[in-house]
Design a binder for this molecule. Structure first.
Ligand SMILES: NC(=O)c1ccc[n+]([C@@H]2O[C@H](COP(=O)([O-])OP(=O)(O)OC[C@H]3O[C@@H](n4cnc5c(N)ncnc54)[C@H](O)[C@@H]3O)[C@@H](O)[C@H]2O)c1
Length: 364
């Protein structure tokens, strides 16, 4: 039977989620809520469902809702998550929230603790690794085919460059927030790296911005350069930027993982996976490789795949700790983000991200 969904926040991303649910047999959206009621009403009319101003009003009218989808945004794209998430968790609803969990680390920790206390599924839209290339990469790593993991290199950025620069953000949600890029964006690459290589133990970071942003008086740190050590001994490097240069090799993001028995590279998020196996070759020659090309270049294809995985996990009542793309996984990315910010503020000092809470509890 389809799960009943109430969605909060009908901006661009909320609307995209609604489209995905419409195509998914495991979902039935029954209501939407938006603080700007006219926006909720417009969408509700299109889908033939009810509109409300808040998650509380929505849940009062539809106590049988199974899942609350929180697609609000806010300052640094995360400050409007806490209130609707906590209201839904208070009522013991399963929740999926957009990334980042919050722009405030304490709020993020509280949300994860609350879900743990009430024993519901609490997931985050870490959609970037719900793709065929990432799933195959994970299988290769878990089966041991890559051997001992030695390095993980990730590069991620919106394609841009100086001629395309439109000046500092004017929107009050982003204007004058130096860490907007880090807080709103790093959940994605950190989540991919952690999915493939596990927990991160130490972080060292340098943030910056190009001269064209400085000349425009922009205080955003649009570039983050992060060096890290994983618990398994693998080392990692993450370069992210917000349209400071055109994309290079690998499209809008690529990740390469090198192991003692093989190396793999995912290009353009959902598009392509290449796996190289060891063989003696001359300098400049390439060892044998296997390429999985999905032919998919549309990043938005990650959304229905990720949302469907959540619906599957809830339908199948998987153990809480087995939930894919959990809020705890998203909290890890936020702990790394705040560790990177701390390192940057200390001139590149080595910082240990705070440990994650142990998962506990089970579905009643
Ligand atoms: N996963 C991804 O790939 C991806 C990509 C882009 C954006 N995002 C995330 O999606 C989220 C939404 O982004 P957006 O651009 O659609 O945001 P937006 O600001 O355009 O829309 C958010 C909507 O939520 C409403 N809202 C805010 N607080 C509310 C509350 N407490 N109750 C009810 N309604 C409320 C606002 O009125 C607005 O209509 C952000 O967190 C962003 O980081 C994710």
């Amino acid at each position: 039977m389809a799960l009943k969904i109430g969605l909060v926040g009908v901006g661009g991303i909320g609307k995209l989620h609604l489209k995905c649910y419409k195509e998914d047999p495991l979902a039935e959206v029954v209501a939407v809520a938006d603080a700007v009621i006219e926006k909720a009403e417009e969408v509700a009319k299109e889908y033939g469902i009810k509109a409300y101003r808040s998650v509380q009003e929505m849940l009062d009218a539809h106590p049988d809702i199974d899942i609350v989808d929180v697609s609000t945004g806010g300052h640094e794209n995360g400050s409007w998550h806490y209130e609707p998430v906590m209201a839904a968790l208070e009522r013991k609803k399963h929740v999926i929230v957009e990334k980042p969990l919050s722009n405030d680390l304490q709020e993020a920790r509280e949300m994860v603790a609350k879900a743990d206390e009430v024993g519901v599924y609490f997931a985050c839209n870490l959609n970037h690794y719900f793709t065929p290339p990432a799933e195959e990469a994970k299988r290769l790593i878990e089966s041991g085919e890559l051997g001992e993991l030695r390095y993980c290199l990730m590069k991620m950025g919106f394609s841009g460059g100086e001629p395309l620069y439109g000046g500092p953000a004017k929107d009050p949600r982003f204007k004058d927030y130096p860490y907007f890029h880090a807080k709103a964006f790093l959940a994605h690459p950190f989540s991919v790296m952690r999915y493939l290589c596990g927990d991160v133990m130490e972080i060292q970071a340098f943030f910056g911005r190009p001269a064209f942003r400085q000349a425009a008086g922009e205080n955003l740190f649009s570039q983050t350069s992060i060096h890290m050590r994983f618990v398994n001994g693998c080392t990692g490097y993450l370069l992210s930027h917000r349209g400071d240069t055109p994309s290079g090799l690998g499209g809008w993001w690529s990740v390469e993982v090198g192991g003692t028995k093989g190396t793999l590279c995912i290009e353009n998020c959902i598009e392509k996976l290449t796996v190289w196996t060891p063989e003696r070759v001359g300098l400049g020659e390439e060892p044998p490789k296997r390429v999985v090309d999905t032919g998919v270049k549309d990043f938005n294809q990650t959304f229905p795949r990720r949302l469907h995985a959540f619906l599957e996990d809830v339908t199948n009542q998987v153990p809480l700790e087995k939930l894919r793309g959990s809020a705890r996984d998203a909290l890890a990315t936020l702990e790394y983000t705040f560790a990177a910010i701390e390192s940057h503020e200390q001139g590149g000092a080595l910082v240990r991200p705070a440990p994650l809470p142990l998962p506990r509890g089970s579905i009643a």
